[in-house]
Design a protein around this ligand. Structure first.
Ligand code: NAP
Length: 339
């Protein structure tokens, strides 16, 4: 099985799903780890690993405090020996204002951030538009994820210490579905804000493709952001994206008719959320070797050809620039990332 072809055929997919993944054992003593969407699914299992590995602080970032409290209780019960201090913060990716308020609170109240795992994500077939005017999957998976990454990056960088054995890390959770997207909106590359406008238009969006396309955009953005970090932060933060693989979780709750097909397939080949979450810990602790990379099955893998090809490279620049246009309009303080 080659994971370096940029292609994901059925053979590779099934084989990878069955690959044994290394159990996380990198000590996290003294570190502060923040995970979004950590109340359920893969994010919750990643949080459990963090507590088991005795990080100093674990920040569970969730939409609902009640769900956050339940997750904390669940982690405490399963890791009774853990000395990790667990705190709960709220954030709703459907609102730029909420993302901004959350980032400000974290920056003010948390002395340091060593690892940030932006895991919150949505797969929804229904067409819904947020109060900010964006199709919900696009805003949650792409715009708000990027916004939060950029707002927290300076704080993460503050944790850089040349002598430390672990580099601070920003991990964004993407998906192997990025290999399968048709991403038809890429044809709007020559228009101003063409790609995001096409993705945000019910007539040119594609219900079946909007989730995989959003995950492709995350890969583009992370590759561009990693270059920015090298040029402007002396590479002092590891930035990468990670795929947990097909896992049992609540992700399909809003996928409409695809739900039954996916749930049926998952019965035979899905990883547990715990197994999928091992990838997050691997990506967060792999250091420079994983910087700017796509991580899957606890290794650096080649992303889709639509990422590495010449067309992909042009698209990455354009998508990053378009996202920059949207985000700097929402928050002028971000302009440094897009100059
Ligand atoms: N499971 C898979 O097979 C698979 C495969 C590849 C990639 N992924 C990726 O893995 C990540 C985790 O997914 P999962 O499978 O664990 O799904 P999940 O069980 O549905 O968990 C998703 C998490 O994201 C949170 N979330 C959704 N919308 C949000 C919003 N507007 N603001 C803040 N938080 C929000 C959810 O909060 P609520 O509980 O409040 O809704 C939940 O905590 C996602 O990025 C997903 O795309 C999953």
């Amino acid at each position: 099985m080659s994971t370096q072809t940029g292609k994901m055929g059925a053979g590779r997919f099934f084989k990878e799903q069955r690959t044994k993944l290394v159990y996380p054992d990198h000590p996290l003593n003294g570190l502060t780890v923040l995970i979004t969407g950590a109340n359920t699914g893969v994010g919750l299992e990643a949080a459990r690993h963090v507590a088991r590995l005795n990080a100093a602080n674990l920040i569970i970032a969730v939409r609902s405090t009640t769900k956050g409290e339940a997750a904390k209780e669940d982690i405490r019960k399963s890791c009774p020996q853990s000395t990790t201090n667990i705190s709960i913060y709220t954030v709703d990716y459907c609102s730029f204002a909420s993302v901004k308020a959350f980032a400000e609170k974290i920056t003010k109240e948390i002395p340091k951030l060593d690892i940030v795992i932006l895991n919150a994500g949505l797969s929804a077939s229904e067409w819904r538009v947020t109060a900010d005017g964006w199709e919900e999957v696009l805003q949650v998976n792409v715009l708000s994820t990027t916004y939060l990454a950029l707002l927290l990056l300076p704080k993460i960088r503050e944790s850089y210490n040349k002598a430390a054995d672990l580099m601070p890390a920003l991990v964004v959770v993407t998906s192997d579905t990025h290999y399968f997207t048709s991403f038809k909106q890429r044809k709007a590359i020559s228009e101003d804000l063409g790609i995001l406008t096409a993705m945000n238009d019910r007539k040119t969006s594609d219900n079946f493709d909007k989730y995989p396309a959003s995950k492709l955009l995350e890969v583009y953005i992370i590759r561009q952001l990693a270059k920015w970090v090298d040029q402007n932060m002396q590479g002092e933060v590891v930035v990468n994206c990670v795929n947990p693989g097909l896992c049992h979780s609540e992700l399909n709750r809003e996928t409409g008719i695809k739900y039954y097909a996916l749930e049926f397939m998952k019965r035979f080949i899905a990883r547990t959320s715990e197994v999928g979450s091992r990838n997050y810990l691997w990506a967060a602790t792999a250091g420079r070797a994983a910087h700017g990379q796509y991580v899957g099955s606890c290794e650096v893998q080649k992303p889709a050809i639509l990422v590495t090809s010449e067309e992909g490279q042009r698209l990455a620049v354009k998508v990053y620039q378009e996202v920059g246009q949207v985000l700097t309009k929402a928050d002028g303080s971000l302009s440094q990332y897009f100059e």
